[in-house]
Ligand binder design. Sequence first.
Ligand SMILES: Nc1ncnc2c1ncn2[C@@H]1O[C@H](COP(=O)(O)OP(=O)(O)O)[C@@H](O)[C@H]1O
Ligand SMILES: [Mg+2]
Length: 238
Amino acid sequence: MSETAGPSVLEVEGLRSGYHGVTVLKGLDFCVGPEIFAVLGANGAGKTTLLATLARLIPLMAGTIRFQGEDVSALPPYDTAGRGVGYVPQEKGVFPDLTVLENLSVGGMIGRRSRDERMAEVLALFPDLRALQAQPAGTLSGGESRMVACGRALMQDPRVLLLDEPTAGLSPLYVDMFFDKIREIHETRGVAIVLAEQNATKALQVADRVMVLSLGQAYAVVDAAELTTQQLKEGYRI
Ligand SMILES: Nc1ncnc2c1ncn2[C@@H]1O[C@H](COP(=O)(O)OP(=O)(O)O)[C@@H](O)[C@H]1O
Ligand SMILES: [Mg+2]
């Protein structure tokens, strides 16, 4: 297993989780440092289950999750959010009846820095949102609502950002823009990023390290530059 480049933000040991007694994640061990960590895998591999478990929305069946050295395995999601775990789900990342500004403000209820300061940073990162501030989030395009969901998580000043397929279903223009933003968020804010992706090519362009999930097991945890086509194919079962 490859080592992280710095102190671990997340340390996962023997993690098992799933739904209604059905085990999806069958014992995962990995660490995430101050880096972009991509979680790759075919549809159904367990990427969403993993991110939702890290965000503490799904209970663990076994194992531990440590965040910045502290065992958070049993904490509820609002506690982990308050400690600095930002989560952008694959779907339904916005409150449709609230305006863009209100959606972002909800994220700003957590954290110490002034809400205005953080709002200005999010609007600088996603300038397209400026003109949409008063619009209900439910009326936005797919790409626009992803920006709002991501902006809301950033309003919490996270130490780690869990992004579940942020570009799925978006037009190629938005896909490129979003990957640039992911790198920018990581580089300018020093936020560790866990990026679940089916799009291996794009993810490998921004990731430092990568885990290939295959039917709920870690097929490989390696530096992104070292992942071979063979490992990728076998991990994806193609
Ligand atoms: N709410 C759920 N209830 C029961 N099984 C689920 C639920 N969500 C996902 N699963 C199952 O868990 C497995 C992993 O799904 P998921 O984590 O969504 O994979 P991915 O995000 O990699 O496509 C799949 O077999 C899926 O059918
Ligand atoms: Mg998924």
